[in-house]
Design a protein around this ligand. Structure first.
Ligand code: 6R9
Length: 651
């Protein structure tokens, strides 16, 4: 990877924070020095932002790497930190969640409301026999009960395992079995693309294969008929909503398990990533405060992720609520009932901090600039991105069209495994560059290394690693310590291997280049998919691109690109050979002839995981004319037929 094209990403645009933002920022430049001088003391300071029942004796126990213990001997209750302390300090009437249902129904829950409901749910779970350390599976749509269910588990020390509501029977059953959950919390269904979409039948089928499940707790959301098993199923409104609202939160050890979250992974059995309490909450909470510059008295925050992903865990539930934030939570899709839905919500609730994913930004680019232009977005002051590398042009589009050309964009790199943000600009400090995650946060030891594990110099490329443990790190893979060691700690000695390629530019700033498995080897040159995709997206007619390396008799691998055009490109032009040539030439001109794609396909959609990441593995199958592998995590299975059909006709 050190041979990455030298002239790539010669991005020169840079955007310093406004003087006002810099002067009022929660976290300033000096935090970096504090993190460098005494990393553990830095994190201890951040841990003190929380309320502990008992202080820790030791910040970090790293005597048995890679198994870390943070804040050893400390005790706290995570739900207490997210709810009770705000209520006790007189903020009970503050809005915690402004919830918007897809059909247009709304609910407003204050911190006192959320606290009351969580106490009721905690009492109900306890009465169903759930004890500290037991596992509870949560399979819910984006409704407030999902947050309540997670916090109720945290409150009684049960470990939650949230499974995304779009997952199939197989995916749900295998996750319930792996975690050995004894209760499942679900609903009759939710609303998706204008229609009720049932969940309970999936749970029924999955639970039939899971003899360990004793109870299924069912929230009524759509009111559609559901099959019922009297001995097992309980309605939420007949149990939780009738339960006592009194519940004293008992403190748990800092290393008490908080949740398991499965990463889909492209091969093998999903990995149950285990997070614990004190360190996780410390970093989720501080990063929310620092990276979004969150001001509890004035900001309205909205994260568009689903609660079923780590982004929903850390930046809908634990980060915002531990900071006493007011947030928007939205049940549905961005184009129901119309393509301006997101911007309508921003306008209506005066959202000031927005956290979303590149896939959504590129979709909005495709739909056209005129849509956001119809709404008043003047409340926005910080824009965040997460989930994939953000192409410089998508970054610019986000800042220009959503952020009025003024707001900082924070591109945040992290993973399910890291638990919280690791590499990101700080909005009041960093002069951002479009497409770069910039700098490791204070207290985080991220590095880019070569094959041998040596730091690459500025201008070099290689593998992203973490050299020191961090508070919200995964503690293991549930039930499989060996796999934990092999997956993350064996590629390099004493370093966490993230699996992402990265490059450090001439100023030392970090650019993420995609998963290392996706790197292409063309005539002996390592070329990152991200860089070619960004070159394509920098063409004014392209909204989105996915690039793969297909086996090629002459060059080893050849670059095959799949592109989605912007809505403004006329139909006849979109299907013509001239445009393909124009795009190939554009890449060659931007990156050099070696990066010129052998083939470019114009497609209507790209295969994505349900969390919005492009599935390049499937595109590689298409490009190499293979029958498609496992498509179970694909968002929309018809997409692949469309793409494969187009590929045949192009040959
Ligand atoms: C939070 C989340 C983790 C993988 C990660 C990387 C990619 C996430 C990114 C990014 C470039 C960013 N990723 N954020 N790549 N820039 N800002 O997405 O967790 O679902 O576990 O995915 O996502 O490849 O390794 P998760």
């Amino acid at each position: 990877m050190s041979e990455t094209l030298a002239n790539l990403l010669n991005e020169t645009r840079q955007f310093p924070p406004s003087a006002e933002l810099a002067a009022n920022a929660n976290v300033k430049e000096d935090a970096y020095a504090q993190g460098r001088e005494d990393r553990l003391a830095f994190w201890e300071t951040q841990a003190r932002r929380l309320t502990w029942a008992k202080e820790w004796d030791q910040a970090l126990d790293w005597s048995n790497p890679p198994f870390a213990k943070w804040f050893v001997g400390g005790q706290l209750n995570v739900a207490y930190n997210c709810l009770d302390r705000h209520v006790e300090e007189g903020r009970g009437s503050k809005v915690a969640i402004n919830w918007v249902g897809e059909p247009g129904d709304t609910r407003c829950l204050t911190y006192a409301d959320l606290h009351r409901l969580t106490c009721q749910a905690a009492n109900t779970l306890a009465s169903l026999g759930v004890r500290a350390g037991d596992r509870v599976a949560i399979y819910l749509p984006m409704i407030p009960e999902a947050v309540v269910a997670m916090l109720a588990c945290a409150r009684i020390g049960a470990t939650h395992s949230v499974v995304f509501g779009g997952f199939s029977v197989d995916a749900l059953a295998s996750r319930i079995q792996d975690a050995d959950a004894k209760v499942v919390i679900t609903s009759d269904g939710g609303y998706r693309r204008g229609k009720p979409s049932a969940l309970k039948p999936t749970v029924d089928e999955a639970v039939d294969r899971c003899p360990g499940v004793e109870h299924v707790l069912v929230v009524r959301r759509t009111g559609e008929d559901v099959a019922w098993r009297d001995d097992r199923d309980k309605w939420w409104h007949e149990t939780v909503e009738q339960a006592s609202t009194e519940h004293a939160a008992q403190p748990f050890d800092a290393e008490h398990p908080l949740y398991i979250l499965y990463t889909s992974g492209t091969t093998g059995k999903p990995k149950g990533i285990l997070h614990t309490s004190g360190g996780y909450l410390t970093q989720a909470s501080w990063t929310f405060h620092a990276v979004f510059d969150h001001k509890p008295d004035t900001d309205v925050y909205w994260c568009t992720a689903d609660i079923g992903w780590v982004t929903g865990h850390s930046y809908i539930v634990y980060g915002p609520l531990s900071n006493g934030a007011t947030q928007v939570m939205y049940e549905g899709t961005p184009d129901t009932p119309h393509k301006g839905r997101f911007w309508e919500i921003v306008q209506e609730y005066g959202v000031s901090i927005l956290y979303t994913a590149p896939t959504l930004i590129r979709t909005m680019m495709k739909w056209g600039d005129d849509i956001p232009a119809q709404y008043d977005l003047s409340s926005l002051r910080v824009l965040g991105s997460v989930g994939e590398p953000i192409n410089p042009e998508a970054w610019m589009w986000y800042r220009q069209n959503i952020g009025r050309g003024e707001t900082p964009v924070v591109d945040t790199w992290w993973q399910t495994e890291t638990g919280a943000i690791m590499i990101s600009p700080l909005p009041g400090v960093t002069a951002t560059k479009p497409g770069s995650a910039m700098t490791p946060l204070p207290g985080i030891a991220a590095d880019v290394v070569d094959d041998q594990g040596n730091s690459v110099p500025d201008g070099g490329g290689g593998y992203l690693v973490l050299r020191e443990p961090w508070p919200s790190m995964l503690r293991t893979i549930w039930g499989d310590d060996q796999r934990f060691i092999e997956t993350y700690w064996s590629r390099f000695q004493n370093m966490y291997f993230a699996g992402d390629g990265a490059k450090r530019d001439a100023d030392g700033h970090i650019w993420l280049l995609g998963r290392v498995d996706d790197v292409m080897l063309v005539s002996g040159h390592n070329i990152s998919t991200t860089e070619v995709e960004s070159a394509l997206v920098s063409h004014p007619k392209v909204a989105e691109a996915a690039v793969v390396g297909a086996t090629d008799p002459t060059t080893g691998q050849a670059i095959v690109a799949f592109t989605i055009l912007r809505g403004s490109v006329p139909e006849d032009e979109a299907s013509g050979e001239a445009l393909v040539k124009e795009l190939r030439d554009h890449v060659a001109k931007t990156l050099g002839p070696i990066a010129k794609p052998r083939q470019i396909m114009v497609v209507p959609e790209l295969p994505k995981t349900r969390s919005g990441k492009i599935m390049r593995r499937l595109l590689r199958d298409v490009a190499e004319n293979r029958s498609m592998g496992d498509v179970t995590t694909l968002q929309d299975s018809t997409v692949m037929d469309l793409i494969a059909g187009g590929m045949q006709s192009a040959k």
